[in-house]
Design a protein around this ligand. Structure first.
Ligand SMILES: NC(=O)c1ccc[n+]([C@@H]2O[C@H](COP(=O)([O-])OP(=O)(O)OC[C@H]3O[C@@H](n4cnc5c(N)ncnc54)[C@H](O)[C@@H]3O)[C@@H](O)[C@H]2O)c1
Length: 381
């Protein structure tokens, strides 16, 4: 081992030794054992200070089968979240249900004094998001919303660039994302389970990417449009899926934010185009272009470009991608939630920010229905 490697390995070891865990194992429950619960359980199983003690799912036998596939033993199973919360002493739950069950499961867990990691989008309606925050405040427990792209070093870089002041006063943002064909199936395409379509599923990521960077200013008005030409068409969907599809698969909006900022937004699960465009943040001193990913999932699609002037010359600075293990984002989401509980830290993704995200999503739907611009409704907490 070279001298440099020896010094480096000491350093790595030292960092590892500094990681602190809970002295007692945290008792975790999983509400909803569908697709995303897999990522939660895989990450929890990597944590030494966690024990998954309970799982609930409305579909008989699903939680049992799910637990067995991960070799999770010493776990109790329940037919719904209420019976689980009523019978278990839990430190935390992951709410991994479809969107229309987010509010009831989260509120009930908080009312039982249990900390909650709630999957995105926060809820199906902005009223539900407000009810969740009221329960959170009353309970004094920790609630974090599951936006794992926030854990990505490239996302954090966007915020750092904005906060550095290099863009000057920001006045216009274009954001969104799309998939040429990428309509999910199962519970995502019906109002009764999902509540909202592409807007809630991937639109919330685009909004969070830029709103988090600029400090989540209050949204004021929205002129929105939604459609579902692809989701309801048997040309692009299996007949049985087209028949039950009743959410949006495309949305566009023009949103005014406090501070004289305009947000130009579009999102799509399916269209005849690869992407509706990169994310662009325009300021008085510079602009940032953030390449979109082909199949939009809320992450940075390539090196970002900063456009600015130096000594009167127009220059461009390429900001290389910071290589981050993408599967590690979920581990970071889980670990940051656990750390916030153990060390009494602020929520990694605070509900009060995501209330504005949800308010914009709902205002876009509302405006689309009314066919005109609307004020963004934000309930009093
Ligand atoms: N963070 C991410 O990257 C990511 C990715 C995919 C999905 N999601 C989010 O995760 C959530 C779930 O998605 P999914 O694909 O796993 O859905 P899913 O339909 O596969 O699974 C949801 C499960 O929850 C169960 N359920 C519903 N209400 C319940 C209740 N009250 N008690 C117990 N179980 C209940 C259902 O029976 C179902 O098995 C959605 O909100 C989605 O937006 C997040």
């Amino acid at each position: 081992m070279s001298e440099a490697d020896r010094v480096l390995s000491n350093f790595t070891q030292q960092v590892k030794e500094e990681r602190r865990y809970s002295e007692k194992k945290l008792r975790i429950g999983i509400i909803g054992t569908g697709w995303i619960a897999e990522a939660h359980v895989e990450s929890y199983l990597k944590q030494p200070d966690v024990q998954i003690v309970a799982m609930a799912d409305l579909i008989p036998g699903k939680a049992e089968k799910f637990a067995a596939s991960y070799g999770v033993t010493d776990c109790n199973f329940y037919p719904d979240h209420k019976s689980m919360l009523g019978n278990e002493q839990l430190d935390a739950v992951s709410v991994c249900t479809y969107n229309t069950q987010h509010a009831v499961c989260t509120i009930d867990a908080l009312n039982h004094g249990v900390n909650v990691l709630l999957e995105k989008p926060m809820s199906a309606t902005v009223e539900e998001a407000a009810d969740i925050i009221r329960a959170e405040k009353k309970s004094g427990k920790l609630l974090s919303i599951g936006f794992q792209p926030r854990m990505d070093a490239n996302m954090q870089q966007i915020k750092k660039i904005v906060e550095s002041g290099v863009l000057g006063k920001i006045y216009y943002i274009q954001t969104g994302g799309g998939r040429r064909r990428g309509i999910p199936n199962s519970t995502f395409i019906e109002k009764k389970t999902a509540g909202i379509g592409a807007l809630g599923d991937i639109g919330c990521y685009s909004l969070d990417m830029v709103l988090n960077a600029i400090g989540y200013p209050k949204p004021l008005t929205a002129s929105g449009y939604t459609s579902n030409y692809f989701g309801t068409s048997t040309k692009y969907q299996k007949p049985e899926d087209a028949a039950r599809f009743d959410v949006d698969d495309f949305a566009a909006a023009f949103i005014r934010l406090e501070g004289d900022i305009i947000l130009d937004f579009r999102i799509s699960w399916a269209m005849h185009l690869d992407t509706p465009g990169d994310t662009v943040i325009l300021g008085t001193e510079g602009a940032l272009r953030i390449p979109s990913t082909e199949c939009w999932n809320g992450t940075v699609g390539g090196p970002m470009k900063l456009y600015h002037d130096i000594a009167g010359e127009q220059v461009e600075t390429l900001i290389p991608i910071i290589e981050d293990d993408e599967s590690g984002l979920f581990d970071k989401k889980i670990r940051s939630f656990l750390d916030a509980i153990i060390f009494k830290l602020p929520a990694p993704v605070p509900s009060e920010q995501i209330l504005y995200n949800q308010a914009i999503i709902n205002a876009i739907g509302d405006s689309s229905e009314k066919g005109r611009e609307v004020e963004v409704y934000i309930p009093e907490i």
